[in-house]
Design a protein around this ligand. Structure first.
Ligand code: ADP
Ligand code: MG
Length: 376
């Protein structure tokens, strides 16, 4: 492990909003950046020194990225397997490949976390449709539960809730297309998350717990401080630290959890900055993006104290004036106390994450302001 200093160059695989906000943090600290993404002028390319326009599995382009940079990181977990192998052997990828291998596969992920003594929803591997039939015949599939593809799911894609026998046909169809897991439905009081950073030096720091509200499985609001007891908040923070240390992860990681009457149950992890950590940009001493840069570059981690309560609200394509993306009139109740972050995407599509507001006000006031816009 080495220290990467300002004036050196950080390479990022993926050029969406997470990479964009990483670049902005890195640039503020005096680093140069290069991003690799198939879309020309993608959100990160607009703020990056260098842009490589190529497919994620274009090995020549991955090699070029490594050549022109001093450290390589990524904004998403589904990095092409060959690219990852090449990078692990030939480039400086301080995050390694092991955390990715585990977190991109729901069965490996839940197995690893439960081995650390941390509660997860009860789960069952479904290898294929034949296996599904066998598990149903053996009465191991119970209700309510959720079937999820083991890989490539996000924002609720590749999942079906099983409320009763009537949902088995659709579930079987999913198992026909992909390896899956079936999880018992967790009866949670709140959904929360903790962003945890672990640096190449082994230093670990967490951000304040966020309470997350999803609509149609897409994150809609993060409320900080989370409306949970201090005891549960402490448990959530400890769980996140245990996972980051247990995996030997490097960089920032989002740990999604359920707060239940019996304590914290972990849902899933994402080994990268996470949507539920965007509040930190305006509400914490150090943002999750700066923390990620510090962690992969081997700098001391920054303080994560919250200096104001905050509600982060996502702006989706369906919240925008699709013909006139610059028209923010709908958001006028948020503008005085809300810090706006737009990602520079060329077109608004329903459900696409276009930006977010961090509303810096007491939680109840912030929620009232957000309600006035009609987006919640
Ligand atoms: P994704 O990768 O799409 O974010 P998640 O596993 O986080 O997938 O599931 C999306 C949402 O579905 C969660 O945020 C939660 O609201 C709900 N959910 C997922 N698994 C469970 C479960 N076992 N019990 C209750 N709710 C769940
Ligand atoms: Mg999730």
């Amino acid at each position: 492990m080495k220290t990467i200093h300002p004036y050196q160059t950080i390479g990022i695989i993926g050029g969406g909003q997470l990479a964009r906000m990483m670049c902005i943090a890195a640039k503020a600290m005096g680093y140069y950046t290069a991003v690799l993404d198939p879309t020309p002028n993608c959100p990160a390319a607009q703020v990056s020194d260098r842009e490589i326009t190529a497919a994620y599995d274009d090995l020549a382009a991955i090699k070029r990225l490594a050549e022109i940079t001093d450290v390589v990181t990524y904004e998403f977990e589904n990095i092409d397997v060959n690219a990852l192998e090449w990078l692990s052997d030939n480039a400086y990828l301080p995050q390694g490949s092991e955390t990715l291998r585990i977190s991109r596969h729901r069965y490996l992920e839940k197995t690893a976390i439960s081995k650390m003594g941390i509660p997860v929803a009860e789960f069952l591997l479904i290898k294929d449709a034949g296996d599904f039939d066998k598990q149903v015949a053996d009465k191991r599939v119970t209700f309510p539960s959720i079937i999820k593809t083991t890989t490539l799911g996000y924002d609720g894609k590749g999942q079906i809730v099983l409320r009763g026998e009537e949902d088995l046909i659709r579930a079987r169809a999913l198992a026909e297309t992909s390896e899956c897991i079936i999880e018992k439905f967790v009866d949670f009081e709140r959904e929360v998350s903790v962003i945890v950073a672990r640096s190449t030096t082994g230093e670990v720091k967490t951000f304040p717990v966020a309470e997350n509200i999803h609509i149609n499985n897409i994150l809609h609001l993060s409320i900080v401080p989370a409306r949970i007891s201090d005891k549960v908040a402490k448990e959530a923070v400890e769980v996140a630290k245990t996972i980051a240390s247990g995996l030997g992860a490097v960089g920032v990681m989002g740990v999604e959890m359920f707060a239940t009457a019996r304590g914290i149950v972990v849902n899933e992890i994402a080994p990268r900055p996470h949507n539920s950590g965007h509040f930190s940009i305006d509400a914490c001493i150090t943002s999750q993006f700066e923390q990620h840069v510090r962690a992969v570059c081997g700098l001391p981690l920054g303080a994560t104290d919250l200096h104001t309560p905050v509600v982060m609200v996502n702006i989706l394509g369906n919240h925008m004036n699709k013909e006139q993306l610059h028209d923010l009139s709908r958001f006028s109740p948020l503008l005085p106390y809300g810090k706006i972050h737009l990602y520079g995407k060329a077109a608004a599509v329903d459900g696409r994450k276009m930006g977010h507001f961090n509303v810096l006000d007491d939680v109840e006031n912030a929620l009232e302001r957000i309600k006035k816009t009609g987006i919640w």
